[in-house]
Design a protein around this ligand. Structure first.
Ligand SMILES: [Fe+2]
Length: 398
């Protein structure tokens, strides 16, 4: 599709999509909110949840406490990072084999996304999960779903999206459907206190990128979504350095968890952009953590957008209290702050592991994800994406 037709598509799709009545999860926030999980299940009339979580949570004190108040549940704890469709299908099988009536996903993005993909399959078992890449492919009611994020990054607890890997070709499959928005999001900052510093940094930069990329996608923005982006960016730039420096800073952890959810609510409407398109392609090919790849790519892509993003980035910079003055000055200050935050949190400037022979394919995968769905401020060609990849590699070498 050429650029002109792409822009027409986005304008027309945006007219419908930005006013689409998307459901939002019921948010239960605050320290010890996690302990309300048994009550929420009972209140919803659910008595046999499938709990998808990792061994760290499943063997922890908090889980021991809540599990006493859940009369019966089935535990699934075999989710790898960057989960495959095969794993999602195993979760779906555990659900049906045990006659479960609800899903509780406790963990980072991998747990929530694998469980959401499983929910898509449970709702629509006749349609292969391998063919659900794209938007509005599920369209059937999914099981009652409670999401409990233990990282402040993915925002999956508030989005229509599940990202899983097609293990047959190592490509990311992005399933987008309003039925995938969880019914409840439990935002308990105490569950994030033990997150290692590197993960705090990477997931936090992912959350920042969700808000920034959404803010740049003008055709899909509403006044409400715009405000969500502004608030999320302000709260993340103010609190991520604090949470990184002092992992036990409960106020900073709480602000980050809420901001991550806020960014999730924004990008589920306004979408993301080339940072995510490239990160999905790179992550699937080299098995790099999503947040780390995102953090590295963000400043480079923003610089490449050039003048087209000067005004919106300046607006974000002013709102977050980063800079004052002309658009040009504020925009530069915003990108400089991102580089500075990355550096302070030990995130490298480039990715040395990228291989030149992969660039064309990575660019093609990225382009296919972004165009025409994401209304990015500048449409890069596959050739330009190869140049960006080369640049990111060079910065990783020097
Ligand atoms: Fe992300």
């Amino acid at each position: 599709m050429n650029q002109y037709l792409t822009r027409i598509y986005q304008a027309l799709f945006g007219l419908v999509w930005r006013n689409y009545p998307l459901a939002r999860p019921q948010e239960i926030s605050g320290k010890d909110a996690f302990y309300r999980l048994p009550y929420l299940l009972i209140q919803a009339g659910k008595h046999n949840p499938l709990i998808v979580t990792g061994k760290r949570i499943a063997t922890g004190d908090e889980f021991a406490t809540i599990s006493q108040d859940i009369s019966h549940y089935v535990l699934f704890d075999q989710v790898e990072s960057d989960p495959s469709i095969a794993t999602a299908l195993k979760i779906a099988k555990a659900y049906t084999d045990n006659n479960c009536d609800s899903i509780v996903a406790i963990g980072g993005g991998s747990y929530m996304d694998a469980a959401k993909a499983a929910a898509a399959h449970i709702a629509n078992p006749k349609k292969s999960l391998y063919r659900m890449n794209g938007i509005l492919k599920v369209r059937k009611k999914t099981p009652y779903f409670i999401a409990v994020p233990t990282t402040a990054g993915t925002g999956s607890e508030a989005t229509i999206t599940s990202v899983v890997i097609n293990e047959k070709n190592q490509r990311k499959v992005t399933i987008n459907d309003p039925v995938l928005v969880p019914d409840v999001a439990i935002l308990d900052p105490s569950l994030t206190l033990s997150l290692p510093a590197s993960l705090t940094a990477q997931t936090g930069m992912d959350a920042l990128t969700h808000a920034v990329e959404a803010f740049l996608n003008k055709p899909y923005l509403t006044a409400d979504t715009t405000q969500l982006c502004l608030d999320a960016v302000r709260d993340i730039v103010q609190n991520l350095p604090k949470a990184y420096k002092d992992p036990l800073d409960l106020d900073a952890r709480s602000a980050m968890l809420n901001a991550s959810c806020t960014a999730g609510k924004a990008f589920t409407v306004a979408c993301v952009g080339y940072v995510h398109g490239l990160a999905h392609a790179i992550g699937a090919r080299y098995h790099m953590p999503h947040g780390l790849t995102i953090a590295i790519l963000l400043p480079t892509i923003l610089e490449r957008y050039g003048k087209a993003v000067e005004q919106p980035l300046a607006e974000l910079a002013r709102y977050a209290g980063i800079a004052e003055g002309s658009d040009s000055i504020c925009c530069q200050a915003f990108i400089a702050l991102i580089r500075q935050m990355n550096k302070a949190m030990g995130i490298p400037e480039g990715i040395e592991a990228l291989k030149e022979e992969d660039f064309k394919q990575l660019a093609s995968y990225c382009y296919q994800e972004v165009v025409p769905l994401y209304p990015v401020p500048v449409i890069f060609s596959e050739k330009e994406l190869v140049e960006i990849l080369r640049n990111v590699k060079e910065m990783g070498v020097s």
